[in-house]
Design a protein around this ligand. Sequence first.
Ligand code: RIB
Length: 307
Amino acid sequence: MKILNFGSLNMDYVYSVDHFVEPGETMSSMGLFVNCGGKGLNQSIAAAKAGNEVYHAGLVGKGGEALEEKLSENGVDVSLLHKLEESCGHAIIQVDQKGQNCILLYGGTNQLLTKEYINETFDKFGNQGLVLLQNETNLVGYIIEEANKRGLKTALNAAPMNAKVLGYPLELLDWFIVNEVEGKQIAGCDREEDILPILKEKYPRGNVLLTLGSRGAICYTQGETYKIGCYQVEVVDTTAAGDTFSGYFLYGVLNGKTVPEALLLATTASALAIGKKGASDSVPLKKEVDKILEENKFGPLTVEKIN
Ligand code: RIB
């Protein structure tokens, strides 16, 4: 199934730091690394590297010339992108000694999508496939509605979470891709264990991929729930690990893999991503993921059916 990703495009300015800068503190970083990112771009690249046919839609602004090239060299179709004169989106990312990150976003052209551009893009894409979204662009709710009218499937990665998400027509979604913080806010609960039961009840159409960072992930689809843990691997940089997981997981479920197989692929791909610096640059190739699995290099990992 083809994927149309109305996704964010950011230049990522990644600073290596001893610790995250604190209020009132001025701190020197230990290095700067500039690379292509944005949850949208990273997920398009992950989905394409996994083996999906991916079309990226979005607006490339000034300063983001490398973004189109990066998508294209990773096998993503860029014919639906538009260019604008305004500044491109960017992210200022601190990565600490443990490989954890904190991210400050500037939306730039990611926030300038228009209904006209969206409609025109849908017309060109056609009425078959899955529309992938993150919460880093404007008009997310409109895109969900329009995709639904046109008979396209939809998946929303509700990151970064904010109040706008609750105003989207979430009942129309086929897939929720959320971490525990996003899941709790959408479900309106305080306990992680309540997320799935509430989402299932509130949004009966929705399948759920709940990512739990270093604790693994849970997937609810077609009445069944599966849980996977995580490999113990060296952490260099966690940036884009979640995006890699989403892209590879979607490959699995859209291409006839079982849910356990899709979870295993996604977990292995993101374990490889956290061992490498950068956002899109850390997304592994499918053959690298397959090799790890074939050779059982990260050790055994089982997927449990929990109900
Ligand atoms: O998920 C990682 C991404 O979040 C980064 O590439 C950054 O651009 C932000 O969008």
